[in-house]
Design a protein around this ligand. Structure first.
Ligand code: ADP
Length: 447
């Protein structure tokens, strides 16, 4: 600034001196006035250029670099550049936040003080059935018409959540949502939505399971207490007593099997996945299955005198990775089911097949895998029951299952064991002709 004043003073002095030499005082005055005017014009011109440059808005290359205006332009450029950088980084952070909220499995809706949508993520739009962009500024109450939500909004008591039916809910695929408002800022609200369909289904399953277990235990208990009462109140002869005690033993055996299967299931659900380091010899597994099957068949057909025809293909010398007791329980369950459901005199064959990469038994094409199958000539199973057989307590023939000591949990245990070992269960059956239960063990689990 001092330089600029000095330049101005020097120029004025020179102009005054020049004017003085030409026309004394008049010349000096004229020279000073003319120089002042020219200085003003030059300054105005540079100021106008600077203004035009600022109006462009970009403020990249300043129109001048020297003098006062040059410095103003340079400093303006730097201030604008810093502001731009700050805005850009805030913008990037905002985009990061929005992307994180978009990735959330829960729905998020920001509402203004009137309850209009300011922003929402795609999850919320999907849950509540509106368009994330198009429905901005719309009142949430117009878009979510569920009566429970309307009552929740009217009561303005947001200390709890409200459950509503999801927009995509259908009779066969119900969707349940939990919504809760969280007030923030000045009268604003954050609406969070959560898909609780799986949670509610799990709760229903838990209730059904408890009801089923209670029912299964109550039946033998009722029978047992009836016999106890009879034994206490009636004078029975030795034979009758023996018969009653045998029936009581059967009922308590039934309860024991049920509790033991329940414990097996809970162990399967609660324990870590079986190790890949433990190996079970297939011929040993088979030998045990065969022994159990023959004993079971003998006990079931003893009174009829028509034994089952059991055939066991010798197992190849391979070993399976995983828990030996779990493998044993899966294979034994299938073999014992075949024996229990096949009438006396029927045939049961247990086979093994090493897959060579061909289509095999319908278990994909992984080579080196093993397929275990149990074929029987029992009553067979109608197609509509097959997908439900592995559900807990699902039985096609309840009385046959009870008569033979079934708990209704055998195939549920098989399914769990196979899932834990990456193996698969396939069931094919023709009513009246028999059934085939196969287990496909992947190549990675066979040595
Ligand atoms: P359960 O203890 O009743 O046998 P499972 O879970 O082992 O329970 O089997 C479920 C149902 O599947 C059985 O109740 C039975 O109706 C049917 N089932 C299983 N295996 C056979 C089979 N080999 N032949 C016919 N029905 C079978």
């Amino acid at each position: 600034m001092i330089g600029r004043i000095a330049t101005y003073v020097v120029l004025q002095a020179l102009a005054g001196l020049g004017g003085w030499t030409l026309d004394r005082e008049r010349g000096a005055l004229l020279g000073v006035a003319l120089t002042g005017f020219l200085w003003f014009l030059f300054d105005a011109f540079r100021g106008a250029r600077l203004l035009a440059w600022l109006r462009q808005g970009e403020c990249r290359d300043p129109p001048m670099r020297h003098g006062l205006w040059g410095e103003v332009a340079d400093r303006t450029r730097r201030v604008v550049r810093n502001l731009n950088q700050k805005t850009q980084s805030s913008d990037e952070r905002l985009q990061d936040f929005l992307a994180a909220i978009q990735a959330s499995p829960n729905g998020v809706v920001l509402l203004d003080a009137e309850g209009r949508i300011e922003w929402c993520n795609e999850t919320a739009a999907g849950h509540l059935g509106f368009h994330a962009e198009r429905d901005r500024e719309q009142l949430i109450g117009y878009l979510v018409r569920d009566p429970s939500f309307a009552a929740y909004m009217a009561a303005q008591n947001f200390g709890h959540e409200v459950m509503i039916e999801g927009r995509s809910s259908t009779f066969s695929r119900p969707v349940r949502l939990s919504l809760q408002m969280h007030p923030y800022g000045e009268g604003r609200n954050l609406l969070l939505s959560r898909d609780i369909t799986a949670l509610e289904q799990a709760e229903v399953m838990r209730r059904d399971f408890v009801a089923n277990v209670s029912h299964e235990i109550r039946t033998p208990l009722t029978v047992l207490s009836g016999f106890i009462e009879t034994l206490q109140n009636l004078p029975l002869d030795a034979d009758e007593r023996e018969r009653y005690l045998a029936m009581m033993a059967l009922q308590s055996q039934r309860m024991q099997s049920l509790v033991s299967d329940l414990l097996t299931l809970s162990r399967l659900e609660g324990s870590p996945l079986p190790s890949m380091q433990a190996w079970t010899s297939l011929p040993d597994l088979m030998a045990q299955c065969e022994q159990e099957a023959r004993a079971l068949s003998a006990s079931l057909t003893a009174t009829v005198g028509k034994p089952h025809q059991l055939s066991f293909t010798p197992a190849p010398h391979v070993a399976l990775a995983g828990s030996p007791s779990e493998w044993q329980s899966a294979f034994s369950n299938l073999v014992s089911n075949a024996v229990r459901y096949t009438p006396p005199g029927g045939a049961i064959s247990v086979d093994w097949q090493i897959q060579d990469g061909g289509v095999g038994d319908g278990f994909g094409t992984s080579s080196g895998g093993v397929v275990f199958s149990v074929q029987d000539t029992g009553p067979g199973i109608a197609p509509e029951h097959i997908p439900r057989l592995t559900e807990r307590f699902y039985r096609v023939d309840r009385s046959r299952s009870r008569e033979t000591g079934g708990t209704g949990l055998g195939l549920a245990i098989v399914k769990h064991v196979l899932q834990r070992h990456g193996a698969e269960l396939k069931i094919s059956s023709t009513p009246g002709q028999g059934s085939r239960f196969s287990i496909g063990v992947p190549g990675g689990r066979v040595r």
